[in-house]
Design a protein around this ligand. Structure first.
Ligand SMILES: Nc1ncnc2c1ncn2[C@@H]1O[C@H](COP(=O)(O)OP(=O)(O)OP(=O)(O)O)[C@@H](O)[C@H]1O
Ligand SMILES: [K+]
Ligand SMILES: [Mg+2]
Length: 677
């Protein structure tokens, strides 16, 4: 990771910028977006008027006190603005470093009859460019020819170059990254302004930040509470008047501000922004806050086998003939079927033959029609010029294909395929017309530490399902080794969607990771779709999150961050409301004592004087906001346990804490304040 991503929570520069922004945000148009704090701002203005024109408000007697109230209220609003500005500031710093990668790049565009130099900004979807060693890739696209190593540190922060190659799941490239060796042809997939870096910048800047459904619901609750207390306070005036008690406007406003949920109202947007920021600093791009929150509520997680649970570098490691075929002929047909197969699996077949000094007849492929691998057919191959058809692919697919041509299946096919699969390998059957020659043994290994991570997910109450195009036996072996709760084998792209829809129909929220074009529909259907940055453009387009490190198992941490975000919001809401209840005991008695000194029995907290009680409650109400900023930004600690236990634990800590803290805090502040009020 690069240093722009591991920023400290608070640097002098960030804090300085946030202080400035806190004042800018006083603009009522901006404030109105946060109704609770908007009410405080209006209250602040009213108190200011009472200070400036005491004659109109009947407040001549308490100018000093009213100035103090005005200042405390002003700081309450500023503190809330500071929290939000601070949370936003880190994103802005990141956006600036990203913008620096968007320097003017020149592109070598392929045009009829040659290559033309054009500015990258003029490239459109569908244009083809050539990028060679040392050059910047001018736009997002897919490699259509060649192989190159690319330094993607500008966006991923990872300094080791990655291999990008035509065909398969590692073909997508990002504008602003640099080719460090070889040369590739790239078909541009994004119009100007819609590139990955553009999207990243607007994301981290929070330019398109929209309130999530959760936030909207909570906001509605906060607005309702504020309205209720406003009605209470407004009606208090006439009632007091009827009883011949005069309650001055600054006192009523102090009461109102103490009662409405200013703590959560002031921190709410900072919590959301900081949650998104945690995801970003974890090198995952979330397209919306909604996606991050959905991650926190996930019930089922669908994981791809190849590349997610296993390393995914499925390589030919052996040829195993079946029936009466010999090794020579099997290897020969395997090679012919892979001549133009650009997938890693396909190329590994030719590599294997080369490394082992085996020869094959290349000329056979001449003039033939190449049949590319498709997740739907689970086969690839070639229709030769002489009419023969050569195929390799998943055993059940090839068996069906051979039977369709009127062929028969070797007696030992099943047994040999099962032996490979039972070891967790993938058998690819090789056939020509109606005859099966044997297998290519593709090897892959389960990533270390998977079992522990799935165990952790189980403790969070999340079900894990492995989805794979591989055969049931291979799937079962890998599933057992990795420790997932269930698996679906021989799945085509539409099967992945079907699983997700089925879970969703039961009211569950589903997360899935993927990198291939065949994963795209399922990524779009899932509530949380995490695509790999190394994956295809289609996958990245469909997903609502992209992992820049291309580590699919990171979905597990994304879920933890989402949970943490939801918990932090819940905890601080609980704390805030409990807090206000406690303040009630300080401020209501004080108000009545102001009017009827005989009511001093109400002074349960034994505060110095009515005025110092009111001011102390107000000061506590203000300072609690900056005190809780670190918690809002870092999030409450998260432990893997069931939702119910977490909820009761948090209610206990933050509910009780919120109830007790004001009694102690207000009492302490009152000691100091009483000395001069
Ligand atoms: N290049 C290829 N040519 C022929 N058959 C292939 C090729 N690559 C894979 N297959 C076969 O097709 C099956 C499905 O491949 P696909 O990539 O869709 O899913 P998968 O990678 O096995 O599963 P997942 O990635 O979802 O775990 C593979 O299990 C394999 O049997
Ligand atoms: K309050
Ligand atoms: Mg795959």
């Amino acid at each position: 990771m690069n240093d722009t991503r591991i920023q400290k929570l608070l640097t002098p520069e960030l804090a300085g910028a946030a202080v400035k922004d806190s004042f800018k945000k006083l603009n009522p148009v901006t404030m109105a977006k946060n109704p609770v704090m908007f009410v405080v701002e209006i209250g602040t203005l009213l108190v200011l008027l009472a200070v400036l024109f005491p004659g109109c408000f009947g407040t001549e007697g308490r100018i000093g006190f009213n100035i103090a109230v005005f200042l405390v209220l002003l700081f309450t609003v500023l503190f809330a603005n500071f929290a939000e500005a601070l949370a936003e500031g880190r994103g802005k710093a990141q956006a600036d470093s990203l913008k620096r990668t968007k320097t003017d790049i020149q592109a070598k565009k392929v045009v009829p009859g040659g290559i033309k130099d054009v500015p990258a900004a003029e490239l459109r979807k569908g244009d083809v460019v050539v990028v060679s060693e040392g050059e910047m890739i001018p736009g997002d696209g897919e490699v259509i020819q060649g192989l190159a190593s690319v330094d993607e540190s500008a966006i991923t922060g990872e300094s080791a170059p990655v291999i990008k190659e035509a065909g398969g799941d590692f073909s997508s490239v990002t504008g602003g990254t640099r080719v460090v060796s070889d040369s590739i042809r790239v078909r541009i997939t994004a119009d100007p302004g819609e590139s990955f870096i553009d999207r990243m910048i607007s994301l981290v800047e929070g330019a398109k930040r929209q309130k999530t459904p959760n936030e909207i619901a909570l906001n509605t609750l906060l607005i309702s509470l504020t309205l209720i207390f406003m009605i209470v306070v407004v009606t208090l005036g006439p009632i007091a008047g009827y009883l011949d008690i005069s309650l001055e406007i600054p006192i009523l406003i102090s009461l109102l501000v103490c009662l409405i949920p200013t703590t959560i109202g002031g921190l709410l947007s900072a919590i959301g922004i900081a949650g998104m920021d945690r995801v970003t600093r974890f090198n995952v791009l979330a397209m919306s806050g909604k996606a991050v929150e959905a991650a926190g509520d996930i019930n089922t997680m669908i994981l791809d086998k190849t590349g997610t649970i296993t390393f995914g570098n499925r390589m030919a490691s052996e040829f195993i003939p079946a029936g009466s075929a010999g090794l020579e002929s099997l290897a020969g047909w395997a090679a012919v079927s892979s001549l133009k197969d650009e997938t890693p699996e396909g190329r590994s077949v030719l590599d294997y033959l080369k490394i082992n000094g085996m020869t094959y007849d290349l000329s056979l492929g001449e003039g033939g029609e190449f049949i590319p691998f498709k997740a739907e057919t689970r086969m690839s191959g070639i229709d030769l010029a002489d009419g023969r058809k050569v195929r390799k692919g998943a055993v059940d697919a090839v068996r069906k294909w051979v039977l369709q041509q009127g062929g028969t299946v070797p007696a030992d096919l099943e047994r040999k395929a099962n032996t490979i699969a039972a070891e967790g390998g993938t058998p690819l059957a090789v056939a020509v017309d109606d005859e099966i020659y044997g297998f290519i043994y593709l090897k892959d290994t389960v990533k270390p530490g998977m079992k522990e991570r799935f165990e952790e997910l189980r403790r969070m109450g999340i079900k894990t399902m492995m989805c794979t195009g591989d055969n049931p036996l291979t799937a079962a072996t890998i599933a057992k080794e990795a420790g997932v709760d269930g698996f679906i084998a021989e799945s085509k792209p539409e099967d992945k969607i079907a699983v997700i829809r089925k879970e969703q129909a039961e009211g569950k929220l589903v997360a899935m990771t993927g990198d291939g074009t065949n994963d795209a529909p399922a990524l779009a259907q899932a509530d949380v779709g995490l695509a790999m940055n190394s994956g295809t453009a289609a996958a990245k387009e469909a997903a609502n999150m992209i992992d820049l490190d291309s580590d699919p198992s990171k979905i597990i941490e994304v879920v933890a961050i989402g949970k943490q975000l939801l918990m932090t919001r819940g905890a601080l809401t609980t704390f805030s409301i409990a807090n206000d209840v406690a303040k009630y005991f300080a401020i209501i008695p004080a108000m009545f004592m102001l009017a009827i000194p005989e009511m001093s029995a109400l002074n349960v907290m034994r505060l110095g004087s009515p005025l110092s009680a009111i001011l102390s409650a107000l000061i506590f109400n203000a300072v609690i906001i900056p005190l809780l900023i670190p918690l809002a930004m870092k999030g409450v600690k998260y432990k893997a346990m069931s939702g119910n236990r977490l909820l009761s634990r948090n209610l206990f800590i933050y509910g009780l804490g919120g109830l007790v803290a004001p009694f102690i805090g207000i009492k302490l502040i009152d000691f100091i304040v009483h000395a001069w009020v």
